[in-house]
Design a binder for this molecule. Structure first.
Ligand code: NAD
Length: 637
């Protein structure tokens, strides 16, 4: 067929089975831009004139099927009309695709997200290819928008409304096997049989698996039950004034069967919301962090972690989870036992499959004598926060390192300039600063001291990407970026407690602002002794708050001791009801944080304002819908 297309290749075999391969020109991954959709329209036009025996959609990219709509185009919407036109474009086209007379099938291999999954859902059949990279999801909500190209209509029809809303409201992705179990995929096959399996399924004439009766009722007359349950779930996590999109998704599904065009005012409101604009910004900030270390050819296979405490143990486990072979060293096997137990739990939770969990556990090797050192590509020191101890360790380590290995410290508060004095090649020491809890925190600060070897810094960034964390290059300074900006914020929160505001009210003020956790609960979680020590280092000589001193004197250290500002039961704080939040409290508490970000930026601790915002969002959870502290201040001005 000669349609003169730029992004699609369409072929038809002797029996009349057509294949449309999407291979977006000039890009490494497929996204559904206006041009790509317009060409799909032409393909459907041509097949309307002469229907094929069947049509298979496939990707021409290694990266996956389709990553979603073109986010760049989304950022260019500057009027309500353009917003509605964007929704109409995909909604109309995919409805057309869903209505064609001939059978259609999407071969889903690799990522299939957002608009990509909506295209696949509009096909009669969905064949999922079982390999590690295959994942399907509707992550629009994470960008502050909704799946308006048929996702809100067809996913509930396909898998039932509860499972569909769960996917649409969390943005989570599912793998090929899970997709088959849920009924999202009709088949799940290994890559080697994908072509014949696709053809066979396409021509099978097999009807779709019907939704069970109960699910049909829940997707029809009983919608209200599911919708009110979903609203309650969402309300636990996101306030509508901060995150309107999940509420809009529930409404559009319940009242308009997923057709956003039936409620144009909702489209206008959501697409023009500051939240959507800021969440798209956060998406791009994340992409930017992901690009660090890309230029480096460094690839780690073996990691050696020294110190199996809170941090070292979890860092080692995380690296093993991400496929590295890890040797973990501490002073004795007994000291390592708790870390190994936590690792087992992590593997079981994250990998689900017992064989994979077993393999990860096999990759994590206790190593009391440090036999792993000469083989390691990355060595991470995470022993006690003590200069003399670290000096002794580095001295012994250096002669045993492999050429080109990255030597890193996880120190939070010691100066790299002081730690590296014992090294023959001091410029090779970098900081790879993880946050607690390691498995939960996406950011890792990569610290460079004055005169650091740039190759080592790049390699450290590449390693952080390899283990699927977000690297942020930061210059060596007390508290680096994240702890340095948290310290004055936590101090302000505790000063408010000294002034008589209850801990609960202080926390509620910041939760209402959009923080994931209140600052007083954060102090309890970090540990009051640690907060005290950090305060001494980072508060610029200010006196510690009275409420902190008195608790530390009574050995009330927070979560770990069972009592801090709150009493802790089963890992949760017991909170009384908050009083009504005094006007301006949140602004007062957040001001020192933003001031400190500005100051660190002026001192070039991070390279630019966007990276500062990225670091604070991914390192502290700073309300993402604001687009970051500096963006927030700019918008307020
Ligand atoms: P921790 O006290 O829980 O663990 C330290 C471990 O190191 C202990 O198991 C100890 O036996 C071992 N160790 C001490 N000297 C050793 C040696 N010479 N050889 C081998 N093992 C040795 O400490 P942690 O909280 O995990 O902190 C470790 C490092 O990480 C510190 O530099 C700290 O500043 C940094 N850090 C901590 C946090 C946190 O929240 N705890 C966060 C980021 C960074």
């Amino acid at each position: 067929m000669n349609l003169n297309l730029q992004h699609w290749r369409v072929t038809q075999d002797a029996e009349g089975v057509a294949t449309a391969i999407l291979d977006k020109a000039g890009e490494s991954a497929n996204s559904l831009s206006a041009a790509v959709l317009a060409e799909l329209g032409l393909i459907l036009d041509a097949f309307e004139r002469q229907a094929p025996k069947g049509l298979i959609f496939q990707s021409g990219k290694e990266a996956g099927f389709i990553a979603g709509a073109d986010i760049q185009e989304f950022t260019q919407l500057d009027s309500a009309e353009k917003g509605r036109a964007l929704v109409e474009r995909g909604w109309g086209l995919f409805n057309r695709l869903a209505a064609v007379r001939y059978p259609t099938l999407a071969v889903v291999r690799g990522h299939c997200l957002g608009g990509g999954l909506e295209l696949a859902l509009a096909c009669r059949y969905l064949l999922a290819v079982d390999e590690p990279g295959t994942k399907m999801g509707l992550p629009e909500v994470m960008l502050g928008i909704f799946p308006g190209w048929g996702g809100m209509l067809r996913l509930p029809q396909r898998v039932g409304p509860a499972a569909a809303l769960d996917m649409m409201l969390t943005g989570k992705t599912i793998d090929a096997r899970r997709a088959k179990r849920m009924g999202l995929a009709d088949e799940c096959v290994p890559p080697r049989v994908m072509a014949p399996a696709a053809r066979q399924l396409l021509l099978s004439g097999q009807p779709r698996r019907p939704l069970p009766v109960l699910q049909r009722l829940l997707n029809g007359p009983l919608k209200v039950v599911v919708a009110s349950g979903a609203r309650k779930q969402v309300a636990k996590k996101a306030r509508p004034q901060h995150y309107p999109a999940p509420y809009a998704i529930i409404d559009l599904w319940q009242k308009h069967n997923g057709n956003a065009l039936a409620a144009p005012e909702v489209i206008d409101r959501i697409i023009s919301s500051p939240t959507a604009r800021n969440l798209v910004r956060v998406f791009y900030l994340q992409e930017r962090l992901k690009s660090f270390g890309k230029a480096s050819s460094f690839k780690a296979q073996r990691v050696h972690v020294i110190g199996a405490g809170v941090m070292g143990g979890d860092i080692a486990a995380w690296c093993a989870l991400r496929g590295m072979t890890v040797t973990l060293q501490d002073q004795s096997l007994e000291r390592m036992a708790p870390a190994l137990q936590r690792a087992q739990k992590l593997f079981a939770k994250r990998l689900r499959d017992p064989l994979l969990a077993r393999a990860a556990a096999d990759r994590l090797i206790p190593d009391v004598n440090g036999d792993g050192v000469p083989h390691a590509d990355v060595i991470i020191e995470a022993i006690f926060e003590d200069v003399a101890a670290k000096h002794a360790l580095f001295k012994a380590l250096e002669p045993r390192l492999k050429t080109g290995a990255v030597l890193a410290t996880n120190t939070s508060s010691l100066k790299l300039e002081d730690l590296r004095t014992v090294l023959q090649r001091p410029e090779r020491l970098v900081g790879i600063h993880f946050f607690n809890p390691v498995a939960m925190m996406p950011l890792v600060e990569v610290i460079q001291a004055e005169g650091a070897d740039q190759g080592a810094v790049e390699a450290a960034c590449a390693f952080v990407r390899q283990i699927d964390k977000l690297p942020l290059p930061v210059r060596s300074t007390p508290g680096f970026l994240v702890n340095a900006v948290l310290a004055p914020y936590m101090l302000a929160a505790m000063r408010a407690v000294d002034e008589g505001v209850s801990a609960e009210t202080v926390d509620e003020a910041m939760l209402a602002f959009g923080m994931p956790m209140g600052p007083i609960e954060l102090v309890d979680t970090v540990g009051l002794d640690i907060a005290m020590a950090a305060g001494k280092q980072l508060a610029g000589g200010a006196d510690a708050p009275r409420c902190l001193i008195s608790r530390v004197e009574h050995n009330q250290l927070g979560k770990k001791s069972g009592q801090g500002f709150y009493a802790w039961r089963d890992g949760k704080p017991t909170k009384a009801a908050a009083a009504s939040v005094p006007a301006g409290l949140a602004e007062r508490l957040v001001k020192p944080l933003i001031d400190r970000v500005e100051q660190l930026l002026a001192e070039q601790v991070v390279a630019d304002a966007d990276l500062a915002d990225a670091g604070v969002i991914f390192g502290t959870g700073f309300a993402p819908f604001t687009g970051g502290p500096l963006n927030f201040r700019r918008r307020q001005a």
